[in-house]
Ligand binder design. Structure first.
Ligand SMILES: Cc1cc2nc3c(=O)[nH]c(=O)nc-3n(C[C@H](O)[C@H](O)[C@H](O)COP(=O)(O)OP(=O)(O)OC[C@H]3O[C@@H](n4cnc5c(N)ncnc54)[C@H](O)[C@@H]3O)c2cc1C
Length: 435
């Protein structure tokens, strides 16, 4: 089904800076009646959109069902950092999985960042793409690890695009007294996440993918064919891709116990003067600190500070998100005390216990990928490409990730929260303590 042709960039998205600065996008119809497809993708974030695009490019007839709007989930709300590496550090991965697998995972992570850049260039996606991420030592004791990691990545993985900056240099790059050193990584990227998602959807639609919005899947069954149901329609498909991540809910209990949905919050200031923007981030990189509950920030295309900080583990967002996040921002930049905060929003992401993505097959023709643990801009986009590979019969790369064991959260879907909340509170307390 083609778009109805109406251009509507705001309705149905949360009130975020990203929605307010979104590129024009079509409104897609609701699913009604029965349609048939080679692949039915459930969820239109990066996982679903990239799967759909790569499958359509391989000649498959693809239908995407989205409960809300394209890019409505975490993919339209995140910090926009596109970092190399997995969410878990290489040293940990070597211990967990051995050097060979750790190297494959590193190479895939670099490929994932290149994939994002290539897609943006190939499909002329306007999404404020900029180069560079810095990791800032929030405690003096974190410096040694940052430095050693730069050396490890250079010496064992051949990654030359990251260097270490000492405290003096870090403070010239970031207008804040808070940090003790930095990794300066010119191989990573940052972007406007919703416009990246809308651009992927546009490319997929141009490749023949049929989108349906406001079409929540209420249940599905595998088999031959698979049957996917919404309130007013159904899709008969040869394959299914589950791409719901933090918004999965109860749709598939076999996946739900492997992830924990958590909420994270972001603000956008008013546009800053050129000189203030330069004072805050001299090189226009995206920044993130080394705390367990990280602060992350960057400048938007129109020089606003986009700052993410703070999370919660309930089903509700704080009532006043702007002020909730502002206190984290002022810890870093007290000089912004009089700067107006124009937007505040939250989103839900999915984490796994080992912080590695969880992907695989539930049945021979039912695929899923989720649980990117805050690293999904490159990883979900790349997972979509791997899903297209495996549907087409090439399993090797998909299986490298699928074979990493994903432990279930203790307590299953009902009781996983108390354990997580206790764990998160413990680590956020450690963030607050010195050392
Ligand atoms: C505030 C925040 C900041 C973040 N910052 C970063 C960052 O800087 N860098 C980074 O790499 N990662 C970041 N992340 C994580 C990243 O955004 C996610 O990992 C990534 O967007 C996941 O993409 P996805 O397609 O798997 O899921 P989503 O984008 O969440 O999409 C899932 C979609 O599935 C739909 N859906 C759910 N159930 C159904 C159903 N039953 N029927 C139909 N549709 C359904 C939802 O409506 C939703 O649109 C952040 C996340 C948040 C929330």
């Amino acid at each position: 089904m083609n778009a109805t042709g109406t251009v509507n960039k705001l309705v149905g998205h949360p009130d975020s800076y990203y929605a307010a600065s979104a590129n024009p996008a079509p409104v897609y119809p609701q699913l009604e009646g029965t349609v048939e497809a080679d692949v039915c993708v459930i969820g239109a974030g990066y996982t679903g959109l990239s799967s759909a695009l790569h499958l359509a490019e391989r000649g498959y007839k693809v239908v995407v069902l989205e409960a809300e709007r394209v890019g409505w989930g975490a993919s339209g709300r995140n910090g926009g950092h596109v970092g190399v590496g997995q969410r878990r550090g290489q040293e940990d991965l070597e211990k967990m999985l051995g050097l060979d697998t750790a190297k494959q995972l590193w190479d895939m992570s670099v490929e994932a960042v290149h994939l994002v850049e290539d897609l943006i260039n190939k499909h002329s996606i306007q999404c404020d793409l900029k180069r560079g991420i810095m990791h800032l030592a929030a405690k003096r004791s974190h410096n040694a690890h940052l430095q050693e990691e730069v050396e490890l990545l250079r010496d064992r993985y051949g990654y030359e695009q990251m260097r270490y900056a000492d405290e003096d240099e870090a403070r010239t790059l970031v207008g804040s007294e808070r940090y003790f050193g930095a990794q300066v990584d010119s191989g990573s990227l940052h972007l406007h996440p919703l416009n990246f998602a809308l651009g992927l959807a546009g490319a997929a639609a141009a490749a023949g993918v049929d989108f349906y919005e406001h079409s929540r899947v209420t249940k599905y069954r595998g088999g031959s064919p698979c049957l996917v149901e919404t309130a007013n329609g159904q899709v008969k498909a040869k394959n299914i891709v589950l791409a719901c991540n933090g918004y999965l809910g109860n749709l598939e209990p076999r996946m739900a116990g492997k992830i924990m949905p958590i909420n994270n919050f972001v603000l956008a200031t008013e546009p800053l003067s050129e000189s203030l923007a330069k004072e805050l981030i001299a090189n226009d990189y995206a920044l993130q600190d080394t705390l367990f509950v990280i602060d992350y920030w960057k400048l938007s295309g129109d020089n606003r500070l986009i700052f993410g900080g703070g999370e919660n583990y309930t089903s509700r967002f704080p009532q006043d998100i702007r002020n909730f996040v502002r206190k984290y921002m002022l810890r870093v930049y007290p000089q912004l005390a009089d700067t107006r905060i124009e937007f505040g929003w939250g989103g839900t992401l999915a984490i796994t216990l080992n912080r590695m993505p969880h992907l695989g097959r539930l049945e021979p023709n039912v695929y899923y990928s989720q649980g990117y643990s805050g690293h999904g801009v490159p990883t979900a986009t790349f997972a979509g490409k791997l899903i297209a590979e495996v549907v087409a019969g090439t399993e090797e790369r998909f299986d490298i990730l699928a074979q990493i064991p994903t432990p279930s959260f203790p307590g299953g879907t009902l009781l996983r929260w108390p354990g997580l909340v206790a764990g998160m509170l413990y680590y956020s307390l450690k963030d607050k303590l010195g050392g």
